[in-house]
Design a protein around this ligand. Sequence first.
Ligand SMILES: [Zn+2]
Length: 211
Amino acid sequence: MAKLNALAKAGVVNAEGFYTVGGRTAVDFANSSRRFGKEGEGLEKLEELLSFLKSMGHLHEEEASSYHMYLFQNPDRCVETMNLLREMRARFIASLDQAASGWPMDPSFVSDLNDHLEGFRTYLKIVPVDDGVELKTEAAEQGPEQLLYPILKDIAEFLVSDQVTKIRQCASDNCDLYFVNSSRNGRRRWCSMSTCGNRAKVNAYLKRQDA
Ligand SMILES: [Zn+2]
């Protein structure tokens, strides 16, 4: 727990243990196959997707609990949703690898992403919030599939942004996290200075001592 708090303070993970070095939902989603403090897949069950979306500010507590009922009403549909989500993540990661090596976007991924986006029906609604009112995008249909919307939407927004060409994977041998290299000199190599960057510095120091 102390380690989680320290990492959260350094901006490496959020309070739920999801990595936030990506700096936006799409890239954090690419990094979501692992979760700090948890063994195995970070987004295994629908509950974990609810936590992910809540921790990224895409879902309120009450909304999450209304989605929770699908786990009992239609568990198969939840499993299918999670399978689709992880499949899209794997393909998005493949696109990130291509982008990081300077390749153009994979048109079949873009086309499938478009097909999924076409399936979402949304409308705008003014809703009360703590300090007044807010304009929200609501899903016109119900079901666990709707949970994919904020993620796929941000992937689409990311793909058309200038961040695509700045995507990098951490230079550490035992870290595969993606981040957007928006450093001024373009030389950022690690997902975070407070974890991998520091470790690399310490290792380089120890090497110099050995020599
Ligand atoms: Zn790293």
